[in-house]
Unconditional design. Sequence first.
Length: 94
Amino acid sequence: SNNDSANGNSPTPLASSVEGTEGAVITRARHRRHVEAASEALERFEALSGGGYMALDLAAEELRLAASELGRVTGAIDVENILDVLFADFCIGK
């Protein structure tokens, strides 16, 4: 639905915790879910990035997840999505 407020979903302020910025308002529920997931991944990245060499791969994965979530809002297409469609729709390898 294009009107999330009619569904009981109120706009969510974003970046209210970022020092010196005013929060943006996200009105679409789908966008809000993806931006919140990206924010959570960035928080996990921040926690892991100070964990030394052993946490480096986990921190990098959180950055990848954050970028993927933001790409879902901006319309970016990544290789994994294309491969998923190819294998699902064209039955490659059967």
